[in-house]
Design a protein around this ligand. Structure first.
Ligand SMILES: C[S@@+](CC[C@H](N)C(=O)[O-])C[C@H]1O[C@@H](n2cnc3c(N)ncnc32)[C@H](O)[C@@H]1O
Length: 686
């Protein structure tokens, strides 16, 4: 636990002990977090969380800071690098660029953007140095310059005495080899040592990630055993954890708590801690007569109130992980992810870009060996979204996780590629660059308004092989087909990017997930049918979302495998990421779903993401699709009633499969409005 838990997030400025504030619910934090900057509240991890069980109840288990405080403590001159994400939903075109950063990632690309608009316009080389070939350019400093930059760099270093952590695979352990790390990290970052440092960090991080995973799996496997085995170990400590023994509140106590205006924060904190502890060693620590689910329910209710989620989503996300890891996930959602940029290889080389930006006062490093295009920005004295290089299209502000689907797609020069849901173009422009401006990329997005920022980015980055279009993705392949590769970066709930958009915590309902999953299934079949199975160079589709829920990921992929026997999952080619679930809460997916990859904020220090890659084979007669009929009519509008499948049925989309889910969502909605829901047509519970 400790290894994974430590040091994943940008480290906070240490808080003075006496100034340390208690962490409240997000709602309750408004007095602290109401400033403009995104919260950089540290994720003190579960280890601390559990360790604090030894502290008195009055002691907060998580120290709190925020970006503003941190910046002030460090230097008054420091410019905040990224603007608060909640402000970034207005597109990503350069036109808007002022002093703030436009994040060209998926933050603003989710459900909200198309609700109510799905009917018509849908508004709403692995050689690391490949792009660096040619005369190798190192910094050519004369002594004075070098000294100057060295001291400038040192100043910067001291500003980030607690260095933000590398993106993945993250080195997560600061325990045993701390000393080595320190000396290494004290060393100045120069263009000369940048690649070597990056490689060293990656090697270390990869080894640690492996250890982490092994540790995680081991922990899972031994959970039950431990319950019995570690009784001795616990014997001396359990009694000392808190002055008063913990007992789970009764229904009456909970009601009284509710009447009193909700639980006291310290009570919630302690209760969460205790519930995690009890659930970890249930046989030994549970109160007599209380069931596991009582502790789980209490914990979920407390998570919801503490972190500000609706109960439904808190439960849905909680279920994805073992108990203690779930807390890590929720904590990670309270911490911003690193700011990253992608070098546009059509305009520059990463080395040159880095040099220019360093000279402008940007403190950066290569993201990691897995990308030869990414740079992680630690801090900057200039607005990173308005530098001359940004305006000239030398880079894209893009979350590291957004590189992954395109890497998996691996588009080749001269191919014909479809980016089915492409605005604002972070991935389109990446695809165009990997194709070296050859072939053709059809960048489609159903939301016409969003194609404006897409077009702007295509121009800014100098992509000459891109055609922008605006169709409902479900109209493919009727409008166009025969692609060598298709990327479906699907519209999704955004549960992987909660740290950027806290509104996801409260604005997603069960029905949203049902509708999204339904839409994603329709889109994926159309994406598959748009691929030319006879492609000489490709024949691939990549499906991705910035969501971590199973209904939007494995369930969609499994559905596609069932409906299109001519496709099979293949390795994504990504070097890290957890395997996709093959079984989940009673559902069993095709075993090959383990080839898909999951990325998590608390594990990989990047947005939650999911990537699956399919190879499309020839269709047998029995399974072939009549392409003239392969259009799922855009008859369903998110925000309205359940979709009705019309002429597009031939696409093979199985509305029946989703019907129980949609009906169940409708029933619940009616119930919540005090209406009598219709009887279930299918007893399956959604
Ligand atoms: C996750 S975002 C895409 C982000 C984009 N790939 C990028 O990297 O910048 C999903 C996009 O899907 C679009 N969309 C929603 N429903 C769609 C549909 N039925 N067909 C095509 N695009 C759709 C949304 O407008 C949104 O821009």
């Amino acid at each position: 636990m400790g290894r994974r838990a430590k040091n994943k997030q940008a480290a906070p400025e240490p808080l003075e002990k006496k100034a340390a504030k208690k962490l409240g619910k997000r709602k309750a934090d408004s007095d602290i977090d109401s400033d403009d900057g995104p919260s950089t509240r540290p994720a003190k991890k579960v280890k601390d969380f559990m360790a604090n069980a030894h502290a008195t109840a009055s002691k907060s288990f998580i120290q709190k800071g925020n970006g503003k405080d941190k910046g002030k403590a460090v230097t008054e001159k420091t410019t905040v690098v990224a603007k608060p994400i909640s402000d970034s939903d207005s597109g990503d075109g350069w036109e808007d660029v002022d002093s703030e950063v436009e994040m060209d990632d998926d933050n603003d690309d989710r459900l909200e953007d198309f609700i109510g608009d799905l009917d018509d316009s849908m508004e709403g080389s692995d050689d690391d140095d490949e792009p660096l070939r040619g005369t190798v350019q190192e910094f050519d400093f004369d002594t004075d310059e070098e000294e100057e930059i060295q001291s400038a760099s040192k100043r910067k270093k001291s500003k980030q005495s607690e260095k933000p952590l590398k993106i993945i695979p993250t080195g997560s352990d600061a325990s045993s080899d701390d000393d080595d790390d320190d000396s290494e990290e004290d060393e100045r970052v120069t263009m000369a040592n940048m690649e070597a440092r990056s490689r060293a960090l990656d090697a270390k991080a990869a080894a640690e990630a492996e250890l982490d995973e092994a540790e995680f799996q081991g922990a899972l496997a031994s959970d039950d055993k431990n319950e019995d085995l570690d009784m001795d170990e616990d014997a001396g400590t359990d009694g000392e954890i808190d002055a008063e023994p913990f007992h789970l509140p009764t229904a009456a106590e909970r009601e009284a708590e509710k009447q009193a205006g909700g639980p006291d924060l310290q009570v919630v904190q302690r209760r969460m801690r205790e519930c995690v502890r009890v659930l970890g060693k249930f046989k030994r620590l549970a109160e007599k007569g209380r069931s596991r689910s009582e502790y789980t329910d209490q914990l979920i209710a407390d998570i919801a109130s503490y972190y500000g989620y609706n109960q439904f989503l808190a439960e849905k996300l909680f279920q994805l992980f073992p108990v203690a890891e779930a807390i890590e996930f929720f904590e990670a959602n309270e911490v911003p992810r690193p700011v990253t940029i992608r070098t546009n290889s059509l305009r520059t080389r990463r080395r040159d870009l880095a040099q220019t930006l360093v000279n402008r006062g940007v403190n950066l490093e290569p993201i990691g060996k897995w990308t030869n295009e990414g740079l992680q920005v630690f801090e900057s004295s200039v607005p990173i979204g308005a530098t001359p290089e940004y305006l000239a299209g030398h880079y894209m502000l893009q979350a590291a996780s957004s590189f992954l689907p395109v890497k998996a797609l691996s588009p080749q020069p001269n191919e014909r590629v479809l980016d089915m849901a492409s605005a604002p173009g972070g991935k389109t422009t990446h695809i165009a660059a990997l194709m070296q401006n050859t072939g053709v990329v059809f960048a489609n997005d159903a939301n016409k308004a969003r194609t404006k920022s897409l077009t702007a980015n295509v121009h800014r980055l100098g992509c000459k092989n891109v055609v922008v279009c605006s169709y409902d993705g479900r109209e493919f392949p009727k409008v166009m087909g025969g692609f060598d590769r298709v990327l479906l970066d699907a519209p999704c709930s955004g549960t992987g990017v909660i740290s950027k958009d806290q509104s996801v915590k409260v604005n997603k309902s069960e029905r949203d997930f049902a509708l999204l999953s339904h839409l994603q299934k329709q889109l994926i079949l159309c994406a598959i049918d748009s691929v030319n199975p006879n492609s000489k160079t490709g024949g691939y589709i990549v499906y991705s979302t910035c969501s971590v829920t199973v209904d939007e990921n494995e369930a969609v992929v499994d559905y596609a495998l069932r409906k299109r026997p001519n496709v099979k999952l293949v390795d994504t080619g990504l070097e890290f990421g957890r395997e996709g679930y093959t079984t989940y809460r009673g559902k069993t997916f095709n075993p090959s779903v383990s080839l898909t990859r999951r990325f998590y904020p608390h594990v990989h220090n990047m947005d939650g993401f999911y990537v699956a890659k399919f190879k499309v084979g020839k269709r047998s007669k029995a399974t072939s699709v009549d392409e003239s009929a392969a259009v799922a009519e855009p008859t369903f509008v998110l925000g309205e009633e359940a979709p009705v499948q019309h002429a597009g049925e031939d696409v093979g989309f199985d509305s029946e499969e989703d019907r129980p889910y949609l009906e169940e969502a409708k029933r619940r909605r009616m119930k919540s409005k005090g209406l009598r829901p219709p009887p279930r047509s299918n007893p399956t519970k959604a």
